[in-house]
Design a protein around this ligand. Sequence first.
Ligand code: HEC
Length: 222
Amino acid sequence: MSTPSNQDPRLDQAAATDDSVLAQHEKVLGKQPDDRGHYRLTPLVMLFVFAGFIFFGATYLGRFSGHFDPRVYNENLKEFGASKAAAVAVDPVVLGEKLFNNAACNTCHQTTGLGLPGAIPPLAGSDWAQGPEDRVIRIVLHGLQGPIKVAGKDFNSAMPAFGKVAGGGFNWSDDKIAAVLTYVRQAWGNKAPPITAAKVAEIHSQVGDHKPWTAEELEAIK
Ligand code: HEC
C-alpha cells in the first residue's frame, strides 16, 4: 500500500479550512488599491457650484423679470420709436432736391429750373409746375407730349414717364414723385403748396397706366 506523497499540492487544497481560505483572500485583496479612504471631492464641489448657479438665476429672474409682463420693458419698442423719429426727420423738400438733381429732371429742366430755350420748358415761374396738382402729378407719373405753352412760350417735345407705370423707365414710387414735385413747387421762387404721397397714390390708383398726356387733355381736368 503506497502512501500518497505529501508533496502533492492538491493535498493542501483538500486540507484548507475556512480560516485559511479567508486569510489567503485577505492577502490577495490587500494588493488591490483601496479607494474607500480617498473619497472624491469634485462631484460634491460641482453640486454646490451648480446649486449656486440655479440659486443665482432664480434670484435674478425674481428680481428683474418683471413677472414676464410685456408692458414692463420692451426693448423693441425703443427701436421702433427711434426709427420713427428718423423717418419724421426726412424733409420732402431736401429729398426732392436730391431726386431732381440726381441725373433726373435736371438733365432736361436744368438745376436752375430754367429749361432750355426752344426745347425744354422752364419749371421756375411755370404755371403748370405751380398749377393744379391733378395735372402736374399726371405729367410726372405718365409723361407729357405735344404742343404746350409755358410762361408765354411755345414748346412741342416729349417728357418721359417717371411713375411705376407701363412704359415708364424710371419706376419712381409715389413718395418720390410727391417729394420731387414738392421741391419743384417751392424752388427758384415758386410758391405752391406741397404735394402729398397720398395724393399721388390716389391719382396713380385712379388712373393706372396711361400714355403720355397732352396739354389739351390736362387742361380738361380742373
Ligand atoms: C428727357 C427730358 C425731361 C426730363 C428728364 C424731365 N422733363 Fe419735364 N418736361 C420735358 C419736356 C420736353 C416738357 C414739355 C413737353 C411737351 O412739349 O409737351 C416737360 C414738361 C414738364 C412740366 C410741365 C411744363 C412746365 O415746364 O412746367 C413739368 C411740371 C415737368 N416737366 C416736370 C418735370 C419733373 C419734376 C421732372 C423730374 C421728375 C422732369 N420734368 C423730367 C422734358 C423733361
